[in-house]
Write a protein that binds this ligand. Structure first.
Ligand SMILES: O=C(O)C1=C[C@@H](OP(=O)(O)O)[C@@H](O)[C@H](O)C1
Ligand SMILES: C=C(OP(=O)(O)O)C(=O)O
Length: 422
């Protein structure tokens, strides 16, 4: 699919899409519980749909109604010996330890960008928990055979927090008097989100300095009612769109959320935009933009909207944490440099820093998403202040996290033409 975004003014109100990070965790917790859980405001992005399918294959029964999902489960009772996590990094890293709670051999597959992302962590860590595990030279497919036995263990958290999320979720159903110790954990707020979600489903973990995670007496997940929060990661693009090209109100955003990407507010403030955050609404307005400095090590998904913002700020913006981007849906430091380069914006990558030379004028161009949803969305936002239309190839990549994205941008006045069969 090819989408053309023309320069224009942003004005209007929109409701944030549901957070895929929250939804995927809730589906996993509902699978681990006994009974029927209700998930309200459910996400329907590809990553969320993949999580629902995995939960079904691991034993849950799922009923979809107009506005919620009912997930009925009796713990991990796989119907099949294979699960498919689609393109979701969180999905595979969270559901692998969960699937390993079962005693049968299970093959775990995925497609697209997921087939190139690193999984060697499992080969190193799962055998320490009595799970046999093989990969294809550190990549998919994974073959596992449990049952996983929670034990005291020390892991490396520097590549991704998602492996720890998976272990925490699985330990929640089976652990007794054990501790997970983590060295050099990155993306810490995502772990706060995991612990918050586990607590909502009745499982408590004692966390200290994001280094030790202790489980006391054996616990079990309670089936419950859960409403998925609005997604700060997707909304960040809309907030930046307003900051560079007009004004907007984005509703259903919890400013007290554990989501890491609410840090977009800090960047917008540093760039000098005018923000009015309510508890569940953010109003944002263009207001003379200046280059800024921010550390995005713990909120790596913000790089693409931050680059779209920085391209519009006079001066050189410095964003720290670029090494975190190498193993996302694309090598995002490089793809941002390449695609924004086509639009006339120079980006330098210096060690762990990204330098965006903004305020030099954005040019209309033909760009490519590299099958990375956040690259497609960043280019669409950059187009709003370009000197001509920006044509985005492989624009359907947004379906991974935010299928409503182009509709939402249009609701805010974005001029968008979609060509289905290019
Ligand atoms: O737990 C999660 O929901 C996520 C964690 C982050 O990954 P890392 O921990 O690998 O940074 C983030 O980039 C990803 O989009 C979603
Ligand atoms: C990296 C992302 O997701 P995941 O790692 O879950 O595939 C993302 O949504 O940008």
């Amino acid at each position: 699919m090819q989408v053309t975004v023309s320069p224009g003014i942003i004005k209007g109100t929109v409701t944030a899409n549901p957070s895929k990070s929250a939804m995927q965790r809730a589906v996993a917790a509902a699978l681990l519980a006994n009974g029927t859980s209700i998930i309200r405001n459910p996400g329907l992005s590809n990553d969320c749909l993949a999580a629902l399918e995995v939960a079904e294959n691991l034993g849950a029964r799922i009923k979809r109604t107009d506005d919620h999902f009912e997930i009925t489960s009796n713990g991990i009772k796989p119907f099949y010996d294979e699960i498919n996590c689609g393109e979701s990094g969180l999905g595979i890293r969270m559901f692998t330890p969960i699937a390993a709670l079962a005693a049968i051999p299970i093959t775990i597959v995925g497609h697209g960008s997921l087939t190139t992302r690193p999984m060697h962590f499992f080969e190193e860590v799962l055998p320490q928990l009595d799970v046999k595990c093989t990969t294809q030279e550190g990549k998919l497919p994974l073959h596992i055979k449990g049952p996983l036995q929670p034990k005291n263990i020390t892991i490396d958290g520097s590549l991704s927090s998602q492996f720890l999320t998976g272990l925490l979720m699985a330990y929640g159903a089976a652990a007794e008097d054990v501790t997970i110790t983590v060295k050099d954990l990155k993306s810490k707020p995502y772990i706060a989100l995991t612990l918050q979600l586990m607590a909502h489903f009745g499982v408590q973990v004692k966390e200290e300095n994001f280094e030790t995670f202790s489980f006391g007496k054996k616990q079990s997940y309670n089936a419950t009612d859960y409403t998925v929060e609005g997604d700060w990661s997707g909304a960040a693009f809309l907030l930046v769109a307003a900051a560079v090209a007009g004004k907007a109100e984005v509703q259903h955003l919890n400013t007290a959320s554990a989501q890491s990407d609410k840090a977009i507010l800090e960047a917008l403030e540093k760039a000098g935009t005018s923000i009015l955050p309510g508890m569940f609404t953010v109003n944002i307005q263009k207001n003379g933009l200046k280059a800024f400095e921010i550390d995005a090590t713990d909120c790596p998904d913000l790089f693409p909207p931050l680059v779209a913002l920085a391209a519009n700020c006079n001066g050189t913006t410095k964003i720290k944490g670029v090494s975190r981007l190498a193993h996302k849906e694309s090598d995002r430091g490089l793809t941002l440099q390449q695609e924004f380069g086509k639009m006339g914006i120079r980006i330098d990558l210096q060690g762990d820093d990204m330098l965006v030379h903004g305020g030099t004028g954005i040019k209309g161009a033909q760009v490519h998403s590299h099958n990375d949803h956040r690259i497609a969305m960043a280019c669409a936002v950059a187009a709003l202040t370009a000197d001509g239309p920006v044509v985005i190839e492989n624009a359907e990549a947004v379906n991974k996290s935010y299928p409503e994205f182009y509709d939402h941008l249009q609701l805010l006045g974005g001029k968008i033409a979609v060509e289905a069969n290019s």
